[in-house]
Design a protein around this ligand. Structure first.
Ligand code: C2E
Ligand code: CA
Ligand code: CA
Length: 415
């Protein structure tokens, strides 16, 4: 998968059959490898004779100097058995290094450079000295990979899999209906992503969106989400063709903070909307407070631009952040989504009810519509309606549904 910036390729997986050369002494290199599976022999050639320096196994790293210096390889590596490797590329490493504490980054560079110097000196020694360098068998060579190595390896594997999930068509959108509480008419859907992992089954977004944001894969994934949701909305609208004066539902789409840093975002959204034949006013983009806190200026510009195009903007998970109320004045939101946590407590806890009351009053003043999330039963819906919430979604009405079921649902619930 391509990230938006081709320079920042995160990492990927490579498989080698037994006997294959992975890297050659003297060749240039710009990535390191973590062994996921298999055995790798590290060797140098001296006076036409191969000297084996080490045999590495699962969890071991090699080729690491290239990450720092990009120097030529000081040894060769061959797969002894069928081998899977996670490849860590230099731009990724450098980006991560730039983000870390500068003292830690400096120390790490220094240590790696010193290690490199020492190793270069040793490698330039005679064959006899090199033979002495051959590692004595340590217990740790034989024991299983330790827990933190295993966790690192797992995370690498997960990132690799996530990067190919889009190409392998393992990502799907489900759509949760949104209702006008007073009439029970279906007025919109929220697009919610799911990952159908071939081995792990259905992985919820809470387990991979953060990682996709970290690796910036949320940028291509986000375009896929937007385009899929627009296409599906168009199909849903078309499915109502035979009905008299149907309420055409809107589509709410979650936008992550990383996406709005992408300078092409709004232009590409406009292009996708026109390609799919969807009116911008049928799309509501949901932003959480993270977007607003991270870079208020950029968030304001983004909101301004998408509204200029005709899309609507919602503040999501309202009430979970630190200064939500002030954001209502600072940013021109069309919709406010009250977080599940308030909604769940509204019957048992007078304070939650008080907070919702205040939010509703303020929103009315500012001409902002309210959607209550996480309505799990009818009693909650009744209280929310009483408090003045206009729209709602939750398991009481429907869980998020695959597109075919959502379309059928729409046909029976549209006004
Ligand atoms: P969110 O935007 O607040 O989405 C609402 C979450 O509440 C969804 O969880 C939905 O399935 C769940 N939900 C709906 N009705 C009920 C209910 O009655 N009770 C309870 N307890 N929960 C309910 P989901 O699908 O697991 O998504 C979790 C979060 O992952 C979302 O929270 C959103 O922040 C993120 N996410 C999901 N899809 C996307 C996406 O396409 N893009 C981005 N950037 N983030 C997404
Ligand atoms: Ca949302
Ligand atoms: Ca929410």
């Amino acid at each position: 998968m391509n990230t938006n910036n081709p320079e920042i390729k995160v990492n990927y997986q490579m498989n080698y059959p037994a006997g294959a050369a992975i890297l050659q002494e003297g060749a240039t290199g710009d990535c390191a490898y973590i062994i996921e599976k298999g055995l790798v022999e590290i060797s140098v050639l001296r006076e036409d004779e191969k000297i084996v320096l080490a045999v590495l196994s699962e969890g071991d790293i090699f080729g690491e100097m290239a990450l720092v210096s990009g120097d030529v390889r000081s040894a060769s590596a061959h797969a002894l058995t069928p081998t899977s490797l996670s490849v860590i590329c230099r731009p990724y490493f450098q980006e991560k290094l730039a983000q870390t504490d500068p003292i830690i980054a400096m120390l790490m560079k220094l240590l790696l450079e010193r290690f490199h110097e020492a190793r270069s000196k040793l490698l330039s020694m005679s064959k006899v000295c090199l033979l002495d360098l051959k590692p004595k068998k340590r217990d740790s060579d034989l024991t299983a990979v330790n827990t933190s190595q295993r966790e690192t390896l797992e995370r690498f594997k997960f990132i690799n899999e996530l990067q190919s999930a889009l190409d392998r068509q393992e990502l799907v959108l489900h759509y949760q209906p949104i209702y006008l509480l007073a009439t029970g008419i279906l007025v919109g859907f929220e697009a919610l992503i799911r990952w159908n992992h071939p081995l792990k089954g259905n992985i919820p977004p809470s387990q991979f969106i953060d990682i996709a944001e970290d690796t910036k894969d949320i940028i291509p994934i986000g375009y896929w989400i937007f385009e899929t949701a627009c296409n599906d909305l168009k199909k849903m609208h078309n499915s109502l063709d035979g009905q008299t004066n149907p309420t055409l539902p809107w589509m709410s789409i979650n936008i992550s903070p990383v996406q709005i840093k992408d300078a092409n975002l709004v232009g590409r959204f406009a292009e996708i909307l026109s390609r799919c034949g969807v009116k911008p006013s049928a799309i509501k983009l949901e932003l959480t407070e993270h977007v607003l806190v991270e870079d208020p200026k950029q968030a304001l510009l983004f909101i301004h631009n998408v509204k200029q195009l005709g899309m609507k903007v919602a503040i999501d998970d309202f009430g979970t952040g630190y200064s939500s109320l002030s954001y209502l004045h600072m940013f021109p939101f069309d919709i406010l989504k009250i977080d599940n946590t308030f909604v769940a407590n509204i019957i048992s806890d007078g304070r939650s009810q008080g907070i919702v009351n205040a939010i509703v009053a303020l929103s009315k003043n500012l001409n902002i519509d309210i959607v209550a999330e996480g309505i799990e039963n009818e009693a909650l819906a009744a209280v929310l309606l009483d408090l003045g919430c206009r729209y709602g979604q939750g398991y009481a009405y429907s869980r998020p549904l695959p597109v075919e079921e959502a379309t059928q649902f729409l046909q029976s619930h549209a006004g």
